[in-house]
Design a protein around this ligand. Structure first.
Ligand code: PEP
Ligand code: MG
Length: 846
């Protein structure tokens, strides 16, 4: 007796059923039984029992069938620990044989008896005897065979022909074979691969539940259906599902024509019209299930002769948007705690809500793949230059900018576009960083595309050609360029979204700032409730048309005097930029990075551009060309940029510091207290920080004197070279904060160009050389060690120092976890990633 109870347990209120031993379905059924729901008698087989069955040790199925009662039909369903891991298909109507069929012809009628038997034969033939499914497919209704007599006979015959055996008649043997085949299917390679892709462990077990059938066919007022109480798309309360008279299992869902609505519906008949009492009871039971299982459930039910039976309940299938709404509503109704609502949402899934995206059900005609560098999807006409993008946008066209790669010159064109595609580049290339900041869908590293900007054509790997003006769709989430116009779904920034993130803010213990260069970025940052700006890349302010010319004059200046004259003209423009930023951020921290890129980025690269520049500066072409050549470097990212420029041409930083201080004074006068933060890029030696600091201090003193007011500011250093991380101890002495620039730090730690890595990154990740793209997910082993060293040495030298990260990794949940462990005070990321970071940070703290 003992051995038998070990093998199968009847699901009662007190039976020892556990998710980890019997699976989620068995446990869920027990919960429903405890709620006193009308669940037909059910037995649970444990993971061990099923493993035993797969190995050939069968339970006493004769006893099982006897327990159910003579002549009872049963079903078997899988019950894995996590329902998402899947499992073999359910088999219904086990116990059906010739004798039972003959009895049922009398009790429920010929057609119903035939249908029940046929369904079992089909399932048994295909899933147990492994016969060819084609032979047992459902046939369309045949008016010469209204009761399905010949369909049944031909299925029986087909079975006999193929197996040379009569269809098994002993219910105990039928059940044994079904159990064995389901147990074996679970250990098959396909099933293993499928579930491990969903995160199941190698040794995940399978339980099975054997349940007495409630027959949805035969008697009057019989049928089956599926009901849920929220919409799977939006998560909003709404009764959804179908009911089908004279049906079994989940038939109602597949039935197009003859299924009924559940609640009253102007489009047709409903269960509520037909069987109002049963409908009301179903709604009541649904509410109980939600409260008790603490989840929105989809309930499978059968009505047999007017009596309602609940067979099963599973988590409602849901899109990202619905998941969020469901979690928030459950917490609002006190069904779950707020913390639990926070934990239930995958932070990555929020990106889907922030941008329009391609309907996952839409057909995709994929033209090319690249790195999905900025999420969301957009439809537009392709253009091949920034100028064309601006011109088309001025006419109101939605355009997709297609370039081999982008440079700062393209920024205005990017602003004018709805999406960007580049042939080259990786996660931190120019196009990627700017597009993320703008919230534009972007694909980089689409090496398969041949982009010809001269002919204005785009050719795909299989030779499909597109010309300027053709309509394409960019899916920046999956990194796919799609032909035509697949259906797009809107962004969903509703109140549920805001509410969940407000709760997340209460829970988290690391600050989240935004990287924002422009007023529009700053507004987005505020909209997503960033706690200030962690990185403002000031060079982006110099690409506006009027400024670019002055900037170029500054670059071509003959000596400091000339240069200062040009900078004097840039200063008020910068000051106005900062005033706007400070005002938008309303007293929150704004961290401004001093000028960083190599100067040659501001110079034209084309022949016409150089010609225009010579005209504008009134210089001979040869002088301009010579100057450009003089600025050319073999390795500009490791050359004259960042603090190196700041030290050799100090007037640039002087101008920027003055603009920052004067703006801060002005905005403080207007009422918001501003404590600006200034940060020095690309430092690798303590002396660099010291030299810049002393100049900035004297600019501050001068502004204090001329403005007649005192003010404070904070000075920090970007740790983005390996040496800065190693020497963080002495660098910290001159600074209030260290901000880790993990883009450059990754580039320099690996010796891996952030602009060219995409060329082999796919292969590297595919072959497992790198676990992930290190520009995307922080390399905690290598770059992370430098971060830890930098943080520890900085803190040891100056305990009150503030530590932050402002590379693209700042928005990545795994990287945030690392920074939090290392004791960082904040992370800073693109505005559109701020919500993801807020939620991820909260989950770490719960
Ligand atoms: C970095 O290098 O990580 C950084 C934030 O600066 P940028 O991306 O502008 O080089
Ligand atoms: Mg950098």
């Amino acid at each position: 007796k003992n051995a038998k109870t070990l093998e199968f347990t009847q699901i009662t209120t007190t039976a020892p059923i556990a998710t980890k031993r019997h699976g989620g379905r068995a446990k869920c059924l027990q919960r429903l039984v405890r709620l006193d729901m009308p669940i037909p008698r059910t037995l649970a087989l444990s993971f061990d029992a099923v493993a035993g069955i797969a190995a050939g040790i069968l339970p006493d199925t004769t006893a099982m069938m006897r327990d159910f009662g003579d002549g009872t039909l049963v079903s078997v369903r899988p019950s894995s620990e996590d329902p998402d891991w899947g499992g073999p298909r359910a088999v219904l109507n086990i116990g059906m044989n010739d004798a039972r069929h003959a009895q049922m012809e009398l009790s429920v009628g010929k057609a119903s008896a035939n249908a029940l038997y046929l369904r079992f034969i089909q399932a048994y033939a295909v899933h147990v005897a492994r016969l060819d499914a084609d032979m047992f497919e459902d046939q369309p209704f045949d008016k010469n065979d209204p009761d399905g007599d010949s369909a049944l006979q031909s299925a029986l015959r087909a079975y006999e022909d193929e197996t040379d055996e009569k269809f098994p008649q002993d219910p105990a043997q039928q059940l044994a074979e079904v159990l064995r085949s389901m147990a074996r299917a679970w250990s098959g390679t396909t099933a293993r691969l499928l579930r491990s892709a969903k995160g199941a462990p190698e040794d995940a077990g399978l339980g099975l539940v054997v349940q007495e059938m409630a027959l949805g066919v035969g008697h009057d007022n019989s049928g089956s259906g599926v009901i849920q109480f929220v919409d799977s798309e939006t998560g909003l309360p709404q009764i959804t599902g179908r009911y089908k008279c004279q049906s079994q299992g989940r038939d109602a869902l597949g039935a197009q024509r003859d299924a009924l609505f559940l609640n009253k519906d102007p489009r047709g008949d409903s269960l509520q019209d037909m069987l109002p009492e049963q409908f009301d009871r179903l709604v009541e039971l649904g509410g109980m299930a939600r409260r008790s299982l603490r989840e929105e459930m989809q309930i499978e039910f059968t009505i047999e002769g007017g009596v309602l039976h609940i067979l099963d309940a599973v988590r409602v299938n849901r899109r990202a948007r619905a998941a969020l709404r469901i979690a928030v509503d459950l917490a609002r109704d006190d069904v779950i705690a707020r913390e639990e609502a926070i934990m239930r949402i995958n932070p990555h899934s929020l990106t889907e809500l922030l941008h329009p995206h391609v309907d996952p059900l839409a057909e995709r005609d994929i033209l090319a793949r690249g790195i999905g560098a900025s999420p969301g999807a957009a439809l537009g006409r392709i253009v091949f230059s920034a100028t064309a993008a601006q011109a088309a946008a001025a006419k109101g066209d939605a355009v997709i900018l297609v370039r081999r790669e982008t440079s700062p010159e393209d920024i205005r064109g990017m602003h004018a576009s709805v999406a960007v595609v580049t042939e080259k580049g990786g996660m931190t290339s120019h196009a990627a960083v700017i597009a993320r900041g703008l919230g534009l869908p972007c694909i980089v590293g689409a090496f398969d595309l041949v982009i010809n900007s001269k002919d204005k054509t785009l050719t795909t790997p299989n030779n499909r050609r597109f010309v300027e003006g053709d309509l394409l769709t960019v899916d920046g989430s999956l990194g796919e360029v799609l032909a035509g116009e697949p259906k797009l779904l809107d962004a969903a920034l509703d109140d549920a979204f805001t509410t969940l993130l407000d709760w997340a803010d209460d829970a988290r213990d690391i600050d989240v700032r935004a990287n924002a260069d422009t007023p529009s970025d700053a507004k987005t940052a505020r909209r997503f409730a960033a706690q200030g700006i962690g990185l403002c890349r000031t060079e982006h302010m110099f690409f506006e048309d009027d400024r670019l010319t002055v900037m170029r004059e500054m670059i071509f200046a003959n000596g400091p005097e000339d240069r200062r004259a040009a900078l004097d003209r840039l200063m008020p423009m910068q000051r106005a930029d900062f005033i706007e930023l400070f005002e938008i951020m309303k007293g929150q921290s704004v961290c401004i990075r001093l000028f960083d890129p190599p100067l040659h980025e501001f110079l034209p690269s084309t022949r016409e551009g150089i010609h225009e520049l010579a005209e504008a500066l009134d210089l001979p072409l040869s002088t301009v060309t010579a100057r450009i050549e003089a600025l050319t470097e073999f390795n500009p990212m490791l050359g004259m940029r960042g603090v190196r420029l700041g030290i050799t041409i100090p007037e640039i930083y002087d101008m920027q510091a003055r603009a920052i201080f004067e703006a801060a004074v002005e905005v403080t006068r207007r009422g918001d207290t501003v404590v600006p933060e200034i940060m020095i890029p690309l430092v690798s030696a303590q002396k660099e920080a010291e030299l810049v600091k002393s100049r900035i201090d004297s600019v501050a003193a001068a502004v204090r004197f001329t403005e007649g007011v005192d003010f404070t500011f904070r000075l920090g250093v970007m740790v983005e070279t390996p040496r800065a991380a190693l020497r963080a101890g002495d660098i910290a002495l001159n600074t209030d904060f260290l901000s880790f620039g993990t883009n450059d730090l990754t580039q320099m730690t690996y010796g891996l160009s952030r602009d060219d890595a995409a060329r082999f990154m796919f292969d590297y990740v595919r072959l497992g050389v790198y676990a992930e793209d290190p520009f995307h997910v922080l390399d905690t082993d290598g770059v992370g060690e430098l971060l830890t060293i930098g943080a520890e040495r900085g803190r040891a030298a100056r305990p009150q120092i503030v530590l932050g990260i402002c590379g693209e990794h700042g928005g990545n949940p795994e990287s945030i976890a690392f920074c939090r462990r290392a004791g960082f005070d904040y992370v800073s990321c693109s505005p559109y990633r701020v919500p993801v970071a807020r939620l991820a940070a909260a989950q770490l703290a719960i």
